[in-house]
Ligand binder design. Structure first.
Ligand SMILES: Cc1cc2nc3c(=O)[nH]c(=O)nc-3n(C[C@H](O)[C@H](O)[C@H](O)COP(=O)(O)O)c2cc1C
Length: 223
């Protein structure tokens, strides 16, 4: 499965099979987590075989079942944390999908288990991403129109359209899709988050999707 196919096939999955993830797949995801942490300065941790984080009334209310594996999304608590967690976490989500696994970003319905994660002084556990073999493959979410999430000077280039299409398939908290991609001077792209619950994490996620869809060689990000 290519990363573009993973973007199309991925949906949030909240119910998992009682089936352990193979060691070689865990090893690959651990190695990728270390690599991304090195690149970003984040402290993301892959936790396996911990049923406790999703063993609460809140998790059951959120319809999560059989969650034993997850990425704990941790990093130094500053203004850039949310966007970076989104950008790097979504790389893990798409890789997991390519490896035949399913995921769900979770901002609320989990419980912090200090026995299995390390949150250093000055760091924050912001959210988690559940991971496992889905009991289903999830469902397509409602998608906003291109016009609602873009601002373009002149004609919209093909690469920009593909980038936005890819961003519109991304997970966002409560499917809010509160982002705006603006194109300036032919190849400068600005991505802004609207106001909302976890909207900066969403921004990092959709920026990664945009890069995959548009091709990084076609544009430059501007602030
Ligand atoms: C930052 C973030 C936090 C989320 N938190 C939760 C959550 O607490 N509980 C939940 O069931 N889904 C949560 N989701 C999943 C979204 O509801 C889901 O991505 C959205 O409805 C779009 O559906 P899709 O992922 O299947 O495309 C979260 C998603 C993101 C990106």
């Amino acid at each position: 499965m290519t990363i573009q196919e993973a973007i199309v096939k991925r949906h949030s999955v909240r119910q998992y099979l009682d089936k352990p993830i193979e060691t070689d797949i865990i090893d690959e995801l651990q190695a990728m987590t270390h690599q991304l942490n090195k690149e970003s300065g984040l402290h993301i941790q892959l936790v396996t075989n911990d049923p406790k984080a999703f063993d609460s009334t809140m998790a059951h209310y959120g319809k999560f079942t059989n969650v034993r594996n997850y990425f704990a999304m941790i990093g130094k608590d500053d203004d850039t944390l949310d966007e970076r967690l989104g950008y790097y976490g979504e790389q893990l989500v798409l890789r997991a999908q390519m490896l035949g696994l399913n995921t769900c970003w979770v901002g609320l319905s989990y419980k912090k288990n200090p026995d299995v994660i390390t949150v250093e002084k000055g760091e924050k556990l912001r959210c988690v991403i559940s991971l496992g073999y889905g009991a289903n493959q999830g469902y397509s979410h409602k998608i906003k129109t291109m016009e609602k999430v873009t601002k373009v000077e002149g004609v919209m280039p093909d690469w920009f359209r593909k980038g936005v299409e890819s961003a519109l398939l991304a997970p966002t908290a409560i499917n809010q899709q509160k982002f705006l991609f603006s194109l300036k001077n032919e190849r400068q792209v600005q991505a802004k988050a609207g106001w909302g619950f976890f909207s900066k994490v969403d921004l990092g996620i959709v920026k990664y999707h945009f890069e995959v869809g548009a091709g990084k060689e076609n544009f430059d990000w501007i602030r």
